[in-house]
Write a protein that binds this ligand. Structure first.
Ligand SMILES: Nc1ncnc2c1ncn2[C@@H]1O[C@H](COP(=O)(O)OP(=O)(O)OP(=O)(O)O)[C@@H](O)[C@H]1O
Length: 355
């Protein structure tokens, strides 16, 4: 089966001069690539997906499948399969009929339909449920049918809009793993919309982080975590959230309380910097560690395997930092913290850009 790249060129959707959910979005998905649109509520993820599906028309810009422009093509002619959060199954049809209706409409041969049905039902563990109606299924089973309906079609593009968000945490983890395995075998690109960073990080080849209709970073999950392009991405990706503090620069160093932090030379001319350090990179230090920072415990939160501590810098108690430590380690009474210089991030306090 032929597989195509999907490309958005300078895509823009404006509902009014002030409501612009998609602002000049350009990105290209390779065949088989799994790309996630990730961002806070209202950032334009669903609108982008609707534009790709043809359910909405862009104000300007174009959409391409391979070398064919499809910007104004009706949804039914785009050969794309969409999976919604709400499942959207036909209640009066059983699972078998829900899975195969799309193929029958497209006049696929009976033998081909049966072969694809068996394969998808097997992969999604739906074999024993084929004669049931949606009302007789659990939420996780319904969502697997919705995914199966997209997979049997073997479309040119898969569009998935928060398909796991109605499932409880345990089921979400199971279906996520099944989805990852299934979509890794697909030749068609997948555009996945979520506001859940764990889903985005675990499923995607690349993640497009959106905020207010603007693309903030388009990169691999590793790069987005390790080298966030700006303070928005730094604060959005990672749980618990990265420590982000404005620090003054003088005498060629940044100052965290009374502690001087050596800075990269290109920052020396600045008067202030936004300093970032992930809670997992801030460590408790034993007394003999050089240049450790004395702190006082402010708050402890138990997260199961780890504890999240909020500490105040002893010399400047208004400066708070959060750090993660294993739950099975005792919290010492005399607290000091330390970190590796290379785990620090530096951002511009006015633009938020990575420095
Ligand atoms: N038909 C419409 N008319 C006017 N404004 C709209 C319309 N559809 C969406 N919007 C606005 O566009 C913005 C982006 O909406 P969109 O649904 O794309 O966000 P989202 O990132 O998918 O959010 P969520 O995660 O909450 O679904 C929002 O401010 C929304 O109110």
């Amino acid at each position: 089966m032929a597989s195509f790249a999907l490309e958005l060129r300078q895509l823009r959707k404006a509902y009014s001069p002030s409501v612009v959910p998609v602002a000049n979005l350009s990105l290209q998905l390779q065949p088989g690539e799994f790309l996630t649109l990730l961002g806070p509520s209202g950032c334009g993820k669903s609108t982008t997906l609707r534009l790709i599906a043809g359910l909405d028309q862009p104000t300007s810009g174009s959409i391409w499948l391979g070398d064919r422009e499809i910007t104004t093509l009706p949804p039914g002619d785009r050969d794309m399969a969409m999976v919604f959060q709400s499942y959207a199954l036909y209640p009066h049809l059983n699972v078998r009929q829900n899975l195969t209706l799309g193929l029958q409409i497209r006049r696929t041969s009976a033998a081909e339909i049966e072969q694809r049905l068996q394969q998808v039902a097997h992969n999604l563990e739906l074999d024993h449920l084929l004669d049931r109606r949606p009302a007789q299924l659990s939420g996780g089973q319904r969502q697997r049918v919705a995914l199966g309906r997209a997979l049997v079609r073997q479309p040119s593009v898969f569009l998935l809009d928060e398909p796991l968000s109605n499932l409880d945490a345990l089921l979400r983890e199971q279906v996520r793993a099944q989805m990852k395995a299934l979509f890794s075998q697909q030749a068609s690109p997948v555009v996945y919309v979520t506001h859940d960073q764990t889903e985005a990080l675990s499923l995607s080849h690349r993640i497009a982080i959106l905020n207010g209709g603007h693309l903030q970073q388009l990169d691999s999950p590793d790069r987005i975590y390790q080298a966030p392009a700006n303070a928005f991405v730094a604060g959005f990706i990672g749980s618990p959230r990265m420590n982000l503090l404005p620090l003054p620069i003088h005498s060629g160093q940044a100052w965290l309380g009374s502690r001087a932090l050596p800075i990269p030379s290109h920052l020396a001319a600045r008067s202030q910097v936004l300093w970032g350090l992930r809670p997992e990179h801030l460590k408790l230090a034993t007394p003999e560690v050089e240049r450790a920072i004395p702190v006082q415990l402010h708050l402890t939160e138990n997260l199961g395997m780890q504890r999240l501590l909020t500490v105040a810098i002893a010399a400047n108690p208004e400066v708070r930092l959060r750090l993660l430590m294993p739950s099975d380690q005792p919290i010492p009474t005399d607290l000091q913290v330390t970190f590796e210089p290379e785990s620090q991030h530096w951002f511009c306090p006015s633009t938020g850009d990575r420095l």
